[in-house]
Ligand binder design. Structure first.
Ligand SMILES: CC(C)(COP(=O)(O)OP(=O)(O)OC[C@H]1O[C@@H](n2cnc3c(N)ncnc32)[C@H](O)[C@@H]1OP(=O)(O)O)[C@@H](O)C(=O)NCCC(=O)NCCS
Length: 171
């Protein structure tokens, strides 16, 4: 198996992004929700249309991770819309960072994260934000090592389930 590669996605990747988005969210979080809530959430958040809008938005950027011809991960970055009073239009946010389980633990997530942070700070240092599930200790360690600190909490709602999310900030 060769080392996964990372590339910026284009609007032509809308279907691939929709697929890997739903696949990685399901693999990571499906145990938290009743199946009907998960299905409704995926139908709303990971459609091809939503993905195309993200890909066409000049203020956002998407990356795909590929291994042996298949998409195995993705990341999404853009303006911050986390619910915190210190967020301004100048702030950036890492909105998604996902690598399929079979490809985790080999440094791919760190490389993907480095790409997104470099893009977010392409015009110089900037206040950056990340929302992360309160019990996602692995991701919190990863972000903590890069200088992100917890500055707030909010509820992420999927159907009838309310998940506690931590709001992290750097800068
Ligand atoms: C977070 C994630 C992208 C990291 O990818 P990766 O290829 O495993 O990353 P690397 O091998 O470069 O780095 C590993 C670091 O990721 C973190 N990590 C490890 N396993 C993890 C897991 N199952 N979930 C979240 N983070 C994890 C740890 O901080 C780890 O560093 P450590 O081993 O020194 O503690 C990947 O684990 C993932 O997709 N997890 C599920 C989705 C997720 O939680 N995304 C973050 C949402 S905010």
């Amino acid at each position: 198996m060769s080392l996964p590669t990372i590339r910026r996605a284009t609007p032509a990747d809308a279907e691939a992004l929709s697929r890997i988005g739903a696949e990685t969210f399901t693999e990571t979080f499906s145990h938290l929700y009743p199946p009907e809530d998960l299905a409704a959430f995926l139908d709303a958040a990971y459609t091809v249309e939503t993905s195309r809008r993200d890909l066409e938005d000049p203020d956002k950027a998407v990356w795909l991770v590929e291994a042996d011809g298949a998409v195995v991960g993705h990341a999404l970055a853009g303006p911050c819309d986390l619910p915190h009073e210190a967020v301004t239009p100048a702030c950036g946010e890492l909105k998604r960072l996902y690598v399929l389980k079979a490809f985790q633990g080999g440094g791919t997530g760190s490389r993907l994260l480095a790409e997104t942070l470099t893009w977010l700070e392409r015009d110089g240092p900037r206040r950056l934000w990340i929302g992360v599930w309160s019990e996602n200790f692995g991701a919190q360690r990863l972000y903590g090592r890069l200088g992100f600190e917890k500055v707030g909490e909010y509820d992420f709602i999927v159907g009838e389930t309310r998940d506690r999310e931590f709001i992290l900030r750097r800068g």
